[in-house]
Design a protein around this ligand. Sequence first.
Ligand code: DGL
Length: 276
Amino acid sequence: MIGVFDSGLGGLSILKAIRKQLPQYDYLYFGDNARAPYGTRSPELVYRYTWQCVHYLFEKGCHLVILACNTASAKALRDIQQNELLQYDPKRRVLGVIRPTIEQLPQISHTGHIGILATEGTVRSNAFPIEIHKLAPELKITQQACPMWVPLVENNEHNSKGADFFVKKYLQEILVSDPDIDTLVLGCTHYPFLYDKIKNEIQNRQKNITVIKQGEMVALSLQDYLHRHPEIETTCTKNATCTYFTTETAKSFNEKAKTFMNEQIYAENVEFWHDL
Ligand code: DGL
């Protein structure tokens, strides 16, 4: 099975795109909803929580886990790859979502001015500017933390009037910081659920800006990865199933996840508080 991990519901936007591109595989989705949001937590805590969830997915039989969470990709991926995997099983793989997202940016932007919308943790880590500048040092990157967006999605308020206020607020801030931005990256997997509102606000401002959602890019990158790594591909079972785990109550997760996935979801509750 392929494990897909997020702090909560945001990773469903990645899972949806991956399943569309690669429907044949079996997936285990893990949402750490009880401890979301991760975006305002310390690097140490994000690392500890992320490894605990990845470890759980490994124990469930996943050989490959996607961190469908930018905050975890920014703050925990490298340490998990360099420390935990060596001790646990060097043949297992953990991949993040930041690298696949940035690869096309130099071709997409005409002005060379790119905006990154992300959680406070991802912004503070500078993971996006660091990775982008490895590829294209000439690009001008402006970051904006949007701390209210994840709670809006986690609480199913992303279609509300209140959400309009916070969409406007953060877009205003980043577009004042750099009015030449022509490409905005939704650098948090929760944000695609606010996509329509974000597009509306950009239209209201009469701006011509490309808004990048990560799902399709991550899905294509995973397809390419599996093609290049047959030794991993053969560990992935192919019965087109998807199983969900959450640290919240299953009922709460099922209700919210159903609206994002447009299908009935039956999650299983995971409790590992005693291990903390
Ligand atoms: N969805 C996650 C991300 O992509 C984390 C959101 C959060 O828990 O703060 O960054």
